[in-house]
Design a protein around this ligand. Sequence first.
Ligand SMILES: [Zn+2]
Ligand SMILES: [Zn+2]
Length: 383
Amino acid sequence: MARDYYGLLGVAQNATDQEIKRAYRKLARELHPDVNPETEAQEKFREVSAAYEVLSDPEKRRVVDLGGDPLESGGGGQGFSGAGFGGLGDVFEAFFGGMNSSGGARKPRGRVQPGADSLLRTRLSLQECAVGVTKHLTVDTAIICDLCTGSGTNGNSKPVRCETCGGAGEVQTIQRSFLGQVMTSRPCPTCRGAGETIPDPCRKCGGDGRVRSRREIAAPIPAGVASGMRVRLAAQGEVGPGGGPAGDLYVEIVEQPHDTYVRDGDDLHCTIRVPIVDAALGTTVVVDTILDGPVELTIPAGTQPGEVSVLRGHGMPKLRANSRGDLIAHLDIVIPTKLDSKQTDLLRKYKEMRGTERTEVLSAQSEHNSGLFARLRASFSGR
Ligand SMILES: [Zn+2]
Ligand SMILES: [Zn+2]
């Protein structure tokens, strides 16, 4: 039943958009009514214009590849007249590229429709976000009905033209207003715009061409994803009405908080508690990195409160890039709150040994203070 649109343009079924456009241009140059006024050529021109209209539109082309005919739905055997010389817009498009072919009669939207996209969320640990993971997910979507393979009909029965709208897919109502008569169109309530109805529907899907099903899928999640990102799985969404091509499935990442690290883009932050003596004498600490196992971090002698130590390249991998963020350790110098008498004596002795060192208010010009004022300025100007 479906017309051979590829054959009309003389291209293979896997032809690229460029090849289709080229084939149509060539035929249009030979057959265009301005060039070739013969009736036969005009009929042929209408046919190849219709074929081009269908194959240059990804949605219509998908319907053709599924064995349907996007120009026929509810058409009631009017041949190519529906496409007609509205095709002139397409000629301009083929010759000059990108002109809007506007106007022309509206066609019924057809029973076969592309399916909707679906979305589901999955929780990932920081580790999984860093390494990438194949997530096994249960999806609940419409799939094509295996009994009628999407046609929606029972056995060999066929859809028929809708009686309410005569196949147009819409109905007109005339309303009287103070401006005179106004005609409005709305989708046909009987066929819901399809232009055809199924008198003997499939026993399994009731004519929809699809059924709901729960299935397991393996979703490949790349390394470097973060909360809110969506991974697209093409054609794993809902199958459309009438068995139309499936939409896409999006898997949204929800990253779980980590015990040690707080993530900021590709960088990881952690806090390291450093007793005052270790800060003064210097020490090392082993950090369990997310991707490289234990790494030794050196805390140099004389480390000051608020200083950070950066492990370059030990953060999160950047998405689809061969580089990594940093691991930033914030050093929290801890001053003891409880001292026994022996410790107090030792610290008194230490104080004596330091001689001139004492508590004092600094001059605004001192090196130490300039750092403080720079920090204050930065915090007021929003960094
Ligand atoms: Zn109708
Ligand atoms: Zn069915």
